[in-house]
Design a protein around this ligand. Structure first.
Ligand code: KG4
Ligand code: ZN
Length: 331
């Protein structure tokens, strides 16, 4: 829950990691049922912590896609129910837009850089489990896709390599911890599309290279595991920095490089991208780690940005499993 200025009044994240981890990935049916089981209590908890009653709200925002449809239906249904009961405007938020706008939360940008939040236009590098793209962010609802992955998303690559290394799901955070004890120079991997024109990404060849290396190194010693993790992470960081540099060159008007999505939580990735931003002459902004992975604060903030422009949605808006950012562009 946010106030009108974007200050966080209360927030909660309910992780379903333990429910899905035994299956090595999200099980859609379990996710949908868990949403149903936990969401009402979570909403009550956040309302109580914020000390706000439903009639005091200015609006209700819920993620309506893109993503697994079961959880989206439950979340959107709860949001619409509250909006309907209290006659509030409902905002159907595209969760990618929520990632894209998080950097504009006032007070989030450190160092006195832009105290009011990131100014438009900026280059967004969206690095999550399902998406990996470079986007020119020109305003609320105004997104131009400059490039993206031609196969796996970067978080998906972390998760698959994590599985190869026997790490629990999701692989990203565990892989980062494992890599801390490894030497990236001992297991070197290819850097797909490095130096290539444009700002597309590819990670499936890198993932295959890791699989082949792991097979060759069997039985995998503990140090080998850490070295492979460090080598993979370094390859990803190099590729992302190269692609970001190209994207910045494609968007000379960008005032910032904004990094968002779960993989933006990775310190090696952040450091590499900060280097690319500095070389391109713009500051890099990344939300605090807890606001990089999916969360309701970013959805509420996207709702505020839209409500400020008078944008809200009818209650029969359907959640969407696929919902490209470019489709938000006003005609
Ligand atoms: O944005 P997000 O929370 O959910 C999606 O919309 O996909 O991103 C989740 C992804 C997962 O693939 C996870 O492994 C990855 O972000 N991730 C990380 C780290 N933390 C989360 N990858 C690398 N290093 C991390 N520290
Ligand atoms: Zn996400």
């Amino acid at each position: 829950m946010l106030d009108a200025h974007g200050s966080i009044l209360a927030e909660a994240v309910l992780s379903q990691q333990a429910d899905h981890s035994p299956f090595g990935g999200v099980v859609p049916e379990i996710a949908a049922r868990a949403h149903l089981a936990h969401l009402p209590a979570l909403v009550r908890q956040v309302m109580a912590e914020a000390g706000v009653a439903f009639p005091d709200l200015a609006g209700v925002a819920a993620s309506c896609g893109p993503g697994l449809i079961g959880g989206l239906i439950v979340g959107a249904g709860v949001g619409k129910g509250i909006a309907l009961a209290h006659r509030l405007p409902f905002v159907a938020v595209n969760h990618l837009e929520a990632h894209a706008l998080t950097a504009r939360l006032p007070g989030l940008v450190q160092g006195g850089l832009v105290p009011g939040g990131a100014p438009f236009p900026y280059l967004l590098l969206l690095l999550s489990g399902g998406h990996c793209q470079c986007v020119a962010v020109e305003g609320v609802g105004r997104y131009r896709r400059l490039g993206g992955t031609i196969d796996d998303a970067v978080g998906e690559a972390f998760d698959k390599v994590g599985k190869l290394l026997g790490l629990p799901w999701p692989g990203g955070p565990a892989l980062e911890r494992l890599a801390a004890g490894g030497d990236p120079a001992r297991q070197v991997f290819p850097r797909p599309l490095l130096g290539r024109a444009g700002c597309d990404f590819s990670f499936s060849g890198l993932k295959t290279a890791v699989a082949q290396r792991v097979a060759k190194l069997q039985p995998l010693a503990e140090q080998d595991r850490a070295d492979v993790a460090a080598g993979f992470q370094a390859a990803v960081a190099d590729v992302l920095a190269d692609r970001a540099a190209h994207a910045l060159a494609m968007m000379p008007e960008a005032r910032l490089l904004v990094v968002a999505g779960g993989v933006a939580a990775n310190a090696a990735v952040r450091a590499a991208l900060a280097g690319a931003a500095a070389a391109g002459g713009v500051p890099m902004v990344a939300p605090p780690v807890r606001l990089c992975t999916d969360n309701a604060v970013m959805v509420a903030w996207a709702g505020i940005e839209r409500l400020r422009l008078g944008l809200h949605d009818p209650l029969d808006t359907a959640p969407r499993p696929r919902w490209p950012l470019a489709e938000l562009m006003p005609a």
